[in-house]
Design a protein around this ligand. Structure first.
Ligand code: CTP
Length: 445
């Protein structure tokens, strides 16, 4: 008996997939089809798969060509499968020519001619037209956003708005996009807005973009007062639009794995969370010169509050701030201490004091530790009373990590709300509320 194996995502099952499976089956007597998991697709940078794994498997089963369907969940699995299932032929579409020649040591490799003019990517674009993103603001984060957005299929960066002509033009030229200096023209040519301007301008830009019927992805901190967050979310809902706060950590796969393990009971009941993020900032930068909206907490507070609220929830009994100020009165090191009904937490951040950036989650049976840069979670450990027992976890974190939030934002625009739980509106509003309390205490609101 000749055994054949092939692999793919098989999203939005189409004619090309059907013909590939038909010919793969024709190469032998028994066909095994490997279907990628969502997690594996994410690690290889395929972010916008529409159909669930169950649907993709079901579509393959319905063709009647597959004698067996397996899951492909990691890099390097193919060689093991070929050995395990005693495979004679590995078949794949001609778009992969050369890529799988290394398997020739284990079985015959056949590249089947790809069916022309059809692909999942093409169907995704037809079902959900490309979202043209317009960026408001031309700062460092805006520059990091563009290469990341280019990796997400389904979006294109159309242009940038900045009321200062020179800044808009310089930025647009560097990234080969359009420059807009009036909002009317900007709104005419885009579908979606990424707000990357200084914090205090977010509220007005978001409101205006929503009023013009645009979905909004806003850089953190979205706003600095709870009432503003609630009002904007309500307005977005009324207009049928998506408003989404971009805290990249919330959407990265490693942070999810960490939260999943933290909340699974592995380390018992969680009693303490400590999150620290410090970044020594240039004294001339906005973060250390804007004495109203600058400082460490508005800049980094979103990151350090995130794991605390994800683990203990939004209802805290008390929050207390300890702050070190510079000579201008700006917080260069801030500690927010929380008391929750089931535990305590500390969120520490600094722009002028360097400390060990670490996330620690302590429970009644053990603890989880993720070292800096835990906000781009790619590795963490679980420790227990028995010091010799350490479980190590790693997860991919690609590039600057903004691709994950952009991809989830796009899924939500396209009607898929399965990533909404990663950062809920209530959590965003709670963070804005805590920022507001802090600024009030500092006498800045
Ligand atoms: N395939 C094919 N002809 C097409 C599209 C895909 O023969 N027009 C083959 C691929 O070469 C692969 C298998 O079908 O062997 C599964 O491919 P997959 O990556 O799931 O499909 P694509 O449509 O290429 O997906 P995407 O656009 O997301 O890359």
């Amino acid at each position: 008996m000749t055994k054949v194996i092939t692999y793919g995502t098989f999203d939005l099952f189409h004619e090309g997939h059907y013909r590939l499976l038909q010919r793969a089956k024709g190469l032998g007597d028994y066909l095994i089809v490997g279907v990628t998991t969502e997690a594996y697709d994410k690690t290889r940078g395929k972010l916008n798969v529409v159909d669930s794994l169950v649907t993709r498997i079901e579509n393959i089963r319905k063709t009647g060509f597959a004698d067996e369907i397996i899951i492909e969940e990691s890099q390097g699995q193919k060689v093991n499968d070929i050995r395990k299932f005693h495979i004679d032929i590995f078949a794949i579409g001609s778009d992969w020519i050369g890529e799988f020649d290394y398997l020739k040591d284990f079985c015959k490799v056949v590249y089947l001619e790809r069916t022309k003019n059809i692909s999942s990517t093409m169907l995704r674009a037809q079902n959900s037209p490309i979202q043209r993103i317009g960026i408001i603001g031309t700062g460092r984060i805006a520059a990091r956003f563009i290469p990341e957005a280019r990796l997400v299929s389904g979006v294109s960066t159309q242009g940038v708005y900045n009321p200062h002509t020179e800044s808009a033009e310089r930025f647009a030229e560097r990234w080969e996009i359009n420059a807009y200096t009036t909002l009317e023209k900007f709104y005419d040519e885009i579908d979606t807005v990424y707000v990357a301007s200084p914090h205090e301008t977010h509220y007005d830009y978001i409101r205006d973009a929503l009023a013009h019927g645009k979905h909004v992805l806003c850089e953190k901190p979205m706003v600095l007062q709870r009432g503003q967050a609630e009002e904007l979310f309500a307005y977005a809902k009324e207009k049928g639009l998506i408003l989404f706060e971009g805290i990249k950590t919330a959407y990265c796969p490693g942070f999810h794995k960490l939260l999943g393990i933290a909340c699974s009971g592995t380390i018992g009941s969680i009693r303490n969370v400590e999150a620290c993020f410090t970044k020594l900032e240039n004294a001339a930068n906005r973060e250390l010169t804007d004495t109203v909206y600058g400082g460490s907490f508005t800049e980094l507070g979103s990151y350090v509050m995130l794991p605390i609220l994800k683990i203990f929830g939004k209802e805290f009994d008390e929050v207390r701030f300890d702050t070190i100020h510079d000579e201008k009165g700006l917080d260069i090191f801030t500690r927010a201490c929380f008391r929750f009904p089931t535990g305590i937490a500390v969120a520490t951040c600094g722009l002028g004091v360097k400390s060990e950036g670490r996330l620690l989650v302590a429970g009644t049976k053990g603890y989880i530790v993720a070292e800096a840069p835990w906000w781009k979670t790619s590795y963490f450990e679980v420790h227990y009373e028995d010091a010799g027992r350490v479980e190590k976890y790693s997860e991919i974190f690609l590039g600057d990590g903004l691709r994950y939030e952009i991809s989830d934002f796009l899924s939500m625009i396209n009607g898929n709300s399965s990533s909404e739980f990663k950062l809920t509106r209530g959590e965003s509003a709670t963070m804005a509320g805590i920022m507001g309390l802090f600024l009030e205490e500092e006498g800045r609101l």
